[in-house]
Design a protein around this ligand. Sequence first.
Ligand code: DOR
Length: 446
Amino acid sequence: MASASTFDSIWRNGTVWLPAGPTECDIGVSGGKIAAILNRGEGAAAMVQDCTGLTILPGLIDTQVHFREPGLEHKEDLESGSRAAVLGGVTALFEMPNTKPLTDTVEAMADKVARAKGRMWTDHAFYIGATAHNADHMAELEKLPGCCGVKIFMGASTGDLLVADDANLLRVLKSGTRRVAIHAEDEFRMQERMGERIAGDPSSHPVWRDDRSAMEATVRAVKAARAARRRIHVLHVTTPQELEFLKDHKDIASVEVTPQHLTLAAEEAYPRLGTLAQMNPPIRSGWHRDGLWHWLGQGVPDVLGSDHAPHTLAEKGGDYPDTPSGMPGVQTIVPLMLNHVAEGRLSLARLVDLMASGPQRLFGLVGKGRIVAGYDADFTIVDLKARWTIEDSWLASRCGWSPFTGMQLTGKPVGTVLRGMAAMWENQLAAAPFGVPLTFEETLRA
Ligand code: DOR
């Protein structure tokens, strides 16, 4: 049929990451969707993009970022944060609720979705924050348009969200059905251990917020999940002990790890970066980092999230422990992981599993995560061989720094394509942002 061979655009000559693996083929796109997987040279289109030498991955998704709008826009806003994301090869993201005001009501969620309209460069969804006040209303709140689910902080971090005790944890988990994302650090143990913090010495951060703080919260979270018969997602896991435990609870608990916990080690990070390395849960020892890689090799982590948490250099320039926790990462998550691929620590197939099919599978994203006919034409197009150095001038985050500045990498995002249109190509942005809210299987009928 002649009509079937004419498309809005064709992405030619790349190595395409189909579900079956890397394939030498072209992709025809129409109406923002993948219309056909084509043989080389097949079909015609108004726009043909040559991708010779490049690898076309499914759009890579960052399932944990903090973009600070509303209320803390001097650190970041929805536009600047999502611009950083597309420059780094991220096509879609889930944003966290510890803004000011918190995203913990119908009105606050609607406000965030409205603010994002026409200003976000990526497709996006927002977490609703759980508190003791809204705990019994999660069933309605988690279904709001633009919402990816509920977020619980079991330990205090940046902002005022906290569900520390088992009774309230259970209340939250008993209201609603979607997978609940949990920051698992035990508030009670950390309160007791405040004295472990050494003034002016951020290397005491992981001593204060120690392995047991993380492990005890994770064990409590899984116990509560079983009691409530509710799926949970344990965010930014930092200890091999938790991963060994979680491998026996994969029926109910999914797992995220971050590139920074896979890349940095306390022994070198705190002397080199000082408070810039301070985050929650903390950067831990090389032993911990190597343990995360071990369990990554065993398949236990389901997804990667950057936990992009920008604070200004002025804020970070204070004296520990009066300095805020968090580091930016949404622009460096893909480059850093491509470099780990180049250095042989994981396969490209596993990276696609962690950042495309993994998020789709856990959260029931509609039309994302795979290059197949009928899905959205979201592509992260990379040059696996490019050698380059991360420089501050490349960074778009309003905070203006990265713990990875100066790092030499192999592998670079060349294009970030959303629904058939390049939001970024060779570091140039589209004329205007065109990200839209993500949709989820569980709320399709809401
Ligand atoms: O280090 C962190 N910073 N961990 C969190 O959980 C929150 C984040 C932030 O928002 O600054």
